[in-house]
Design a protein around this ligand. Structure first.
Ligand code: ACM
Length: 683
C-alpha cells in the first residue's frame, strides 16, 4: 500500500485495512504467490532475530548458493558469519531449465530451522523464492511461521515476453525484471528483439541490422551473454524472437534487398500493423536469414527459437506482379483455382525457416498465424488471437503456449488475466492433447512503455499470470485472496529493485514541479490508461519518439484505489442502508466511503492551480473536474442509502447524465471508479 496520505485518506486506509483483515480472517495469514501445491501450517515460529546460517551440502550448481546468499542479505542484512538456526539446502543435481528439469521442492520451517529438499537445483531456487515470501512481522518482530510445503508447477513453461524492440530496454531493465520473474517462479524470458521499430541485437555477420535497425539502442553480444548468465543463475531460460516475415521493417531499412517491393524504408516510427514484409520468393532472403540464424542460434543456447510470423496480411506480396506470378507458378491458389493465396506463400516461407532453425538443432516457435495444414508438428504454436488457436494447434499435434488472455499491455485487471487458463475445466482437449500444452506467457508489448515505466506495466499484474501457470487450478479460484497476496508481492518486488511503484511516483513529482504532489497523486491513483489499443485512436498521434511522461503514463494499469473502492461499494450495497443498531462494521464502511468521496470531491480545488502552471498537465484539467462531479453525485447517493430515501426520478436522470459525461476519457486516461460508481447509483 502506498504511503498514508494526510487527513481523510489516512483514516480511509486504516478503516479499509481493518475491514479487509476482517474479511480474511478465515484465510491463513500468509502472502505466498504463487500458491504452493500443498502447505501445512504449524503453531511454532522461527524468530529471525538471530541470522540464519546457510548450510549447503554438495552444491554442484553455484546458482543455489548465490541465490541463498542474496536472499539472506535481503532478509537479515549483511551479517558476520552467522551462528543461528540453519538454512539447510539439499538437492540431487544441477537442474537445466531448458531441459524442463524438475522444479519440485519441499520446504520445511520449524522453530529449529529451515530445510529445503529438491531433486534438482531448480527446485532449490524455487524453494528460496517461496522462503523469501514467508516472513511475517508482528510487534516489530520478524519471524518465519512453522510450515511444511510440498510444491511443484502445474505448467513447465511460464513466460514473460518483454518487447525490447518498440522501446529499447537497457540491460538493467531486463535484469531487474528477471529478478521479478524469479520471485514469482516465472521461468522463460521471451525476448522480443526485433520489430518494425527496431532490431536490438548486435549482428557481427550482418552489422547493418543493429547499426541501422538499432540506431537508438541495441544489445551487444557481450550484453546478451550477460543477460543469459543472469537469467540462468535464476533458473530462467531465454527464448529470443526474431519476428519474420512481417514486423520486419527495421531489417528492410538495413538491407533493402529484403523488401517485397521497390520502396525504400526507414526504421518505422509509426505504430500499428504495417503489413510490410520480407520477400519470400528470393533466395537472397533465405541466404541472409540463414547467416543471421546461424549466428543467433549459436548466441542463444536455448533449444527454442521464436520466429514470430504474426500479422502479415500479404498485401505487398499480392501487389507485386513478380511475387503474384511466383504464387501462380507454384499453384499457391485459393479454392477457386485463380486467386493467389498468401497463406500458402507464408507456409512455404515458414517451412524454409523451420528447416534452417532445425538444421541448427532448434525447435521453432511462432505466433498462431503460422499454423497451417502443411506446418510440421515440431513447430510450437503460441496462441494470442484466441483460445481456439491453442486448441486447434494442439489437436493438430503441435506443442502450444497460451498468451491470449495474458496481454498485460492492454491495461486489464489482474483478475481478468488470472481468469485465463490454458486448460480450463471445460477444455475440449483429450488427455494426450493436453500434454501438448506447455504453459503460457504474459506479454509486455512496449508501444506505450519505455524503460522508465515498463516495470509499472508489468508488475504486479504479471504475478497473477505466474500463479495461474504455477499453482493447482482448484486452489486458485479466490480472487480477493489473490489480490491480498498480490499487494504483498508488489511491495516485495520493490525491495528487489523493481520500479513499478517508484517510477510513476517520480513522474508525478516531475509533473508537479515545485507544487505539492499530493492532489496530483490523488487523481493519478484513480485513473487508468484507456484499455486495449485505444490510445492510438483518441486524437493524439503517438510515434516511437513521443515521450511517455504525461499523466496517463503515471496512471496505474489497474488502479488499486479504485479496486478497493469497488469492494467497499459492494459491501455497502450488500449490507443495505445503515440504520440505528446496524453493525458497527457497516457504519464504518459507510464512513470510509464518505471519507474517500470527500477527498475526491475537494481534490479539484487543490489540483487546478497546479495544473494551470504546467503545460503538460493542462490537458487533464477536465478529468479532475470529472472526479469532483462524480464524487458529488456519489455523496448524495450515499446519504440516500443511509437515510433510506429512494432517489427521485429527476435525481436519477441527472445522476446518469453525469455518469455518462464523466466516463469520457481525457488525455487517453479514464476514471477507474466508473463501474463501481454505476453500481452505487444503480444504473
Ligand atoms: C502479436 O501480438 N502480434 C503477437
Amino acid at each position: 500500500m502506498r504511503r498514508l496520505q494526510a487527513g481523510y485518506a489516512g483514516l480511509f486506509w486504516v478503516i479499509m485495512t481493518l475491514w479487509t483483515t476482517s474479511q480474511l480472517l478465515a484465510q491463513p495469514v500468509h502472502s505466498l504467490l504463487p500458491l504452493p501445491a500443498e502447505m501445512r501450517w504449524g503453531q511454532g515460529r522461527l524468530n529471525l532475530k538471530t541470522p540464519l546460517k546457510l548450510q549447503l551440502d554438495n552444491s554442484p550448481d553455484p546458482a543455489v548458493g548465490a541465490a541463498a546468499r542474496r536472499l539472506l542479505t535481503r532478509l537479515q542484512g549483511p551479517t558476520e558469519p552467522a551462528t543461528g538456526p540453519l538454512l539447510q539446502i539439499r538437492y540431487g543435481q544441477t537442474g537445466r531449465p531448458e531441459k524442463f528439469d524438475e522444479e519440485r521442492y519441499s520446504l520445511r520451517v520449524t522453530p529449529m530451522g529451515v530445510s529445503i529438499d529438491a531433486p534438482t537445483s531448480l527446485g532449490a531456487l524455487r524453494a528460496l523464492a517461496t522462503l523469501e515470501q514467508l516472513p511475517i512481522t508482528e510487534k516489530r518482530q520478524r519471524y518465519l511461521p512453522e510450515v511444511d510445503i510440498v510444491d511443484q508447477p502445474r505448467f513447465a513453461w511460464r513466460g514473460l515476453l518483454i518487447d525490447a524492440a518498440r522501446h529499447f530496454m537497457p540491460v538493467a531493465v531486463i535484469k531487474r525484471n528477471l529478478d521479478g520473474m524469479a520471485a514469482v517462479k516465472l521461468n522463460v524470458l521471451h525476448w522480443h528483439l526485433t520489430d518494425d521499430q527496431g532490431f536490438r541485437v548486435e549482428s557481427k555477420v550482418l552489422p547493418r541490422l543493429h547499426q541501422v535497425g538499432g540506431a537508438d539502442g541495441f544489445y551487444t553480444q557481450a550484453q546478451v551473454r550477460e543477460v543469459l548468465a543472469y537469467a540462468a543463475a535464476r533458473g530462467i531460460r531465454v527464448v529470443p524472437e526474431f519476428d519474420v516475415p512481417g514486423h520486419a521493417t527495421s531489417w528492410i531499412a538495413a538491407y533493402p534487398r529484403l523488401a517485397s517491393n521497390d520502396s525504400v524504408y526507414a526504421v518505422a516510427q509509426k505504430w500499428g500493423v504495417l503489413n510490410i514484409a520480407l520477400d519470400p520468393t528470393r533466395e537472397t532472403t533465405y541466404s541472409l536469414l540463414d547467416s543471421l540464424f546461424t549466428e543467433m542460434t549459436a548466441l542463444f543456447p536455448d533449444p527454442y527459437f521464436h520466429i514470430g510470423g504474426d500479422e502479415n496480411d500479404g498485401r505487398q506480396w499480392r501487389r507485386n506482379p513478380r511475387i503474384a506470378a511466383y504464387m501462380k507458378a507454384h499453384k499457391m491458389l485459393k479454392a477457386d483455382g485463380k486467386t493467389v493465396d498468401k497463406h500458402q506463400l507464408q507456409t512455404y516461407f515458414n517451412r524454409r525457416v523451420l528447416a534452417m532453425v532445425q538444421k541448427r538443432g532448434k525447435i521453432m516457435v511462432g505466433w498462431d498465424e503460422i499454423l497451417g495444414p502443411d506446418l510440421p508438428q515440431a513447430a510450437v504454436i503460441q496462441s494470442w488471437r484466441g483460445k481456439k488457436g491453442l486448441n486447434d494447434a494442439a489437436k493438430l499435434g503441435h506443442p502450444v503456449l497460451l498468451s491470449n488472455g495474458y496481454y498485460i499491455d492492454l491495461n486489464y485487471s489482474a483478475a481478468s488475466h488470472y481468469d485465463a487458463d490454458p486448460l480450463p475445466a471445460d477444455t475440449p482437449l483429450s488427455a494426450a492433447e493436453q500434454k501438448l500444452v506447455l504453459g503460457g506467457e504474459a506479454t509486455m508489448w512496449a508501444e506505450f512503455a519505455d524503460s522508465v515505466i515498463v516495470d509499472s506495466r508489468i508488475w504486479p499484474r504479471a504475478a497473477a499470470v505466474a500463479e495461474r501457470l504455477w499453482s493447482p487450478q482448484a486452489a486458485t479460484q479466490n480472487v480477493p485472496d489473490m489480490y491480498h497476496r498480490l499487494a504483498a508481492v508488489s511491495a516485495g518486488l520493490e525491495t528487489l529493485g523493481l520500479r513499478h511503484r517508484r517510477a510513476p511516483e517520480m513522474l508525478l513529482r516531475q509533473l508537479a514541479g515545485a507544487a505539492d504532489v499530493a492532489p496530483l497523486r490523488t487523481l493519478a491513483e484513480v485513473i487508468e490508461p484507456v484499455k486495449e489499443y485505444k490510445r492510438h485512436f483518441q486524437g493524439f498521434a503517438y510515434t516511437t519518439q513521443t515521450p511517455l511522461n504525461r499523466l496517463v503514463d503515471a496512471a496505474p494499469a489497474e488502479s488499486e484505489v479504485a479496486r478497493r473502492f469497488g469492494l467497499l461499494v459492494d459491501s455497502v450495497l450488500a449490507a443495505g442502508p445503515a440504520a440505528p443498531g446496524r453493525s458497527a462494521a457497516v457504519a464504518r464502511q459507510f464512513a470510509a466511503l464518505r471519507v474517500q468521496l470527500l477527498q475526491w470531491q475537494s481534490n479539484d480545488t487543490r489540483l487546478q492551480p497546479v495544473m494551470a502552471l504546467h503545460p503538460t498537465l493542462r490537458e487533464y484539467r477536465p478529468l479532475s473536474v470529472q472526479l469532483e462531479a462524480i464524487a458529488t453525485v456519489l455523496l448524495e447517493r450515499l446519504t440516500q442509502l443511509q437515510t433510506k430515501q429512494s432517489p427521485s426520478a429527476e435525481w436519477l436522470t441527472t445522476a446518469k447524465a453525469t455518469l455518462d459525461i464523466v466516463q469520457k476519457p481525457v488525455g487517453q486516461a479514464e476514471l477507474a471508479i466508473m463501474p463501481a460508481a454505476r453500481r452505487l447509483i444503480g444504473s
